[in-house]
Design a protein around this ligand. Structure first.
Ligand code: ADP
Ligand code: ADP
Length: 229
């Protein structure tokens, strides 16, 4: 399950300024749709509506045909995972940072998620140079390592729906490629909305929606859109 539909969605943060103006698209269960467009187009607003940080002004958002306004916050949060551009870690070990979002997980499950994200070697460390209880400095994580923590979180939580919001855009080219490959693996079989600036980063999407000023300007497969320029 987990198909996501935006149906004629209009949205405004302030009544006098429409941000989304009649957005309709579907992410079939298990498929990946990329939303591409310039900064300010309304891409992240789509993800905020899916989480119900805000409600649509008109139209509706559904999961498996059910209006998300009829779904509890708890089930919405457990159904949706997100990897943001910059993963913020809190001052506790990587272990607890991975377990965030699924506090019921066993230690073995957390370690297995860390192993799959290839960060098993620093799972007990503290992030970001925080002082450890014994007075040593914690790890200074690179951008790529922080995204691996976010990936481990997602593997552990295993949500049917995944949002990747510019998840590689803060990384250098080599790290971007590496993390993108990990994200592709994690997205496999999940209903995935990828938010990106550039077409070149979303080659594998089943469909690409080009958003401009709150409207869908173009849509299609990667090859079709590249052809049109
Ligand atoms: P994108 O992700 O495509 O860069 P956003 O969805 O973040 O675009 O933002 C779309 C528009 O909504 C922008 O003009 C932005 O300034 C405005 N916006 C975003 N968040 C808020 C907010 N909380 N209050 C008012 N306006 C906002
Ligand atoms: P908590 O449930 O612990 O209070 P949050 O309310 O911060 O956590 O976030 C709930 C979920 O929403 C998390 O999966 C988080 O990654 C995601 N999230 C947080 N901020 C944003 C955002 N600006 N846009 C979309 N998703 C977000």
């Amino acid at each position: 399950g987990g198909s996501v539909r935006f149906e004629d969605v209009h949205f405004a943060y302030d009544p006098d300024r429409q941000i989304l103006k009649g957005i309709t698209f579907e992410i079939p269960a298990g498929k990946t749709v990329a939303v591409v467009g310039p900064s300010g187009a309304g891409k992240s607003t789509l993800s905020r509506l899916l989480f119900r940080f805000y409600d649509v002004t008109s139209g509706r958002v559904t999961i498996d045909g059910q209006d998300i306004r009829d779904v509890t916050q708890e089930s919405l949060r457990s159904a949706i995972g997100m990897v943001p551009q910059d993963t913020v870690l809190f001052n506790d070990s990587i272990f607890y940072n991975i377990r965030y979002g699924r506090p019921d997980a066993t230690a073995d499950e957390v370690r297995e998620a860390a192993r799959q994200a290839r960060i098993a070697h620093f799972v007990e460390s503290l992030p970001n140079g925080y002082d450890t209880p014994v007075g040593e400095r914690g790890l200074k994580l690179s951008g790529g390592e922080k995204q691996r923590v976010a990936i481990a979180r997602t593997i552990l939580k295993s949500p049917p729906i995944l949002i990747l919001d510019e998840a590689t855009s803060a990384l250098d080219t080599n790290t971007e490629r590496e993390i993108q490959a990990e994200l592709d693996r994690v997205a496999e079989g999940r209903t995935t909305m990828v938010i990106a600036h550039r077409l070149s980063t979303v080659v594998n999407a089943d469909e690409i929606i080009v958003l401009e000023k709150g409207r869908i300007a173009e849509r299609g497969a990667h090859a079709e859109l590249i052809e049109k320029g």
